[in-house]
Design a protein around this ligand. Sequence first.
Ligand SMILES: Nc1ncnc2c1ncn2[C@@H]1O[C@H](COP(=O)(O)OP(=O)(O)OP(=O)(O)O)[C@@H](O)[C@H]1O
Length: 398
Amino acid sequence: MAPPTTPAPKAGKGFALHKDGGRRRRRRSAPLKNGGAGGRNRKRGLVAAPVGGRRENGRGGAGPGMKLGRAALGLLLLAPLAVRAVEPISLGLALAGVLTGYISYPRLYCLFAECCSPKRSLSREALQKDLDSKLFGQHLAKKVILNAVSGFISNPKPKKPLTLSLHGWTGTGKNFVSKIIAENIYEGGLNSDYVHLFVATLHFPHISNITLYKDQLQSWIRGNVSACARSIFIFDEMDKMHAGLIDAIKPYLDYYDNLDGVSYQKAIFIFLSNAGAERITDVALDFWRSGKQREEIKLKDMEHALSVSAFNNKNSGFWHSSLIDRNLIDYFVPFLPLEYKHLKMCIRVEMQSRGYEVDEDIVSRVAEEMTFFPKEERVFSDKGCKTVFTKLDYYYDD
Ligand SMILES: Nc1ncnc2c1ncn2[C@@H]1O[C@H](COP(=O)(O)OP(=O)(O)OP(=O)(O)O)[C@@H](O)[C@H]1O
């Protein structure tokens, strides 16, 4: 896992805080010094890539390739001596074989192992299909994410990294969407070595360590982006992040071609937060009360209000943040509160994934057990789809 001075990875949510720039070295995670959260990386983490050290290649590193290269060079140097002993045409063919192998090695390697340059490029259609079939009740998020992510990935020279700030009530799909994005870019999804998940309360728990966290965060991101330009960083629980901490990464989100030899322009940063959820709910409730479809809600009804409320909310992690001040967040993405019918959709998916036939009677009973707000109207689920799965256990406990 990461060096002792870096934050610990999130247990159970597929988080690799390190990439070593070369082939992955799997190790047991070390407890953190300096007050970082301890714990073990589900992926049995790694070591922060040396800053300004090895540069990205197709494999995300140079280890085995270097060895082959040296072997090829050695053969070339020995060639004149060998020529006398071996038949020249065969020697030439052998050398050509070694060189071809060396040149195509990264591609060969990437056929069998995960690489920074994924085997397949992101397909807009596949992302759309995933969002349409898996994400319920979030027409705004779907549209923004589809356009933002596919447009960004298909741009060979983006001017800055993509920064998305996802806002909404608990259990409405913010983590779920991050997972979908990660899976559409890297086969390993959240478990990929190029996807990093930070959780505020886990990785940055103590306000007294904020200076240390800032240093760690910077070197972490710098190290991993220098190993793989297309790295994805997800910051969960932004609303619990100490004010000012996130500003440490501001330079990386800005319009710089490179900083100390590292370009951050292909990286993706996703921030998840409950900040602004009340504002989103107010708008959704207004639409509901006036008999309008929630699909009629437009991004412009929310986006500006979200950025302002994130900036002015002391508990948003973006409080007076230069990321907002300098317009470094590309999209504020609202997640609408989920209704009864969406809960039923979540329950059906869960039943199917457990191998049960969908039983509409159980679906309704589980959905009815959830609590809804406002109290009188009972329109929105107060936990989104988050606890429907455990409630389902009650009906299948034998
Ligand atoms: N809109 C949705 N469509 C389909 N499934 C959903 C949706 N929202 C939530 N779920 C289901 O509920 C689970 C929990 O949701 P998720 O972790 O994404 O919520 P969240 O918005 O990140 O909540 P929190 O703010 O508490 O972190 C997801 O893994 C997914 O299975």
